[in-house]
Design a protein around this ligand. Structure first.
Ligand code: C5P
Length: 238
């Protein structure tokens, strides 16, 4: 496989074309951004951790029946993925109130929810990714009703699988964000990344934050926390 032109540069990843029109070459960068790009830093080693962790989660999910865009790792910071057309929605699953939900609704950070919930956000930098209702999605045609229902179903399935795996490793899965795409055959598949940049992970025993909130909240030792997640995953079979 040959790495071709840069197709898109995001906040944390670069996407390149390849000589196969159905395959993209993803490079995970060391750049960290938060608050819609207002806060920025370079964190040496973050790209490698996220590439490894995302590859692990995608393999684990596939082995447990959740199809996704991952193909294979090609270097410590790069992986090949299937090319899909991304649906402009972020799908967030929450097990506990935290982050924007805790803030918006005045809830205590970490409060357990009686059941997992799914939220949709409209992917739009200019609008700062606003929360969007299911009716909005339907009337604006951002996804079909079937796709929307399917995204919810898969998101909750991912929550069960990831939650179980992280619990075994002594980590609470507080919440996470997923993105989906449509493949050339019109099928909906899980895409983008799953990593400490896109999940909230808390150590079960100590409550220590092991995710991007260390960067957002200036807690320090960001990459060390990501490495701790990787160390716990590595050595377990996906
Ligand atoms: O900020 P908020 O509480 O809404 O985030 C919920 C979850 O979604 C967190 O795990 C966060 O890391 C993730 N997220 C993300 N990308 C965004 C917004 C949120 O990965 N643009």
């Amino acid at each position: 496989m040959i790495r071709g032109d840069l197709l898109y540069e995001g906040k944390a990843k670069k996407l390149y074309r390849t000589d196969d029109p159905n395959v993209l070459w993803v490079e995970y960068k060391d750049d960290a951004t938060a608050f819609n790009g207002e806060k920025k830093a370079q964190l040496a080693g973050k790209g490698e951790m996220n590439n490894r962790i995302a590859a692990f989660f995608f393999r684990y999910l596939r082995e447990n029946g959740v199809d996704n865009h991952f193909l294979q790792e090609v270097s410590p910071t790069e992986q090949w993925v299937r090319k899909v057309t991304i649906i402009p929605l972020e799908v967030v699953v929450r097990n506990r109130a935290a982050g924007s939900m805790a803030k918006r609704l005045g809830l205590e950070e970490g409060r357990m929810l009686p059941r997992p919930i799914v939220e949709f956000y409209y992917k739009n930098d200019e609008l700062k990714d606003p929360l969007i209702t299911e009716d909005h999605i339907d009337v604006l045609g951002l996804a079909t009703v079937d796709q929307r229902e399917e995204m919810k179903r898969i998101a909750l399935q991912v929550n069960d699988l990831l939650g179980k795996k992280m619990q075994e490793l002594g980590v609470t899965l507080v919440d996470f964000k997923l993105e989906f795409g449509i493949d050339p055959d019109g099928r909906l598949i899980l895409a983008d990344e799953i990593s400490p940049d896109t999940c909230r992970f808390w150590d079960v025993k100590t409550g220590k934050v092991l995710d991007k909130d260390r960067f957002r909240r200036d807690l320090g030792n960001v990459v060390e926390a990501y490495r701790e997640i990787w160390n716990r995953l590595e050595g377990t079979t996906p």
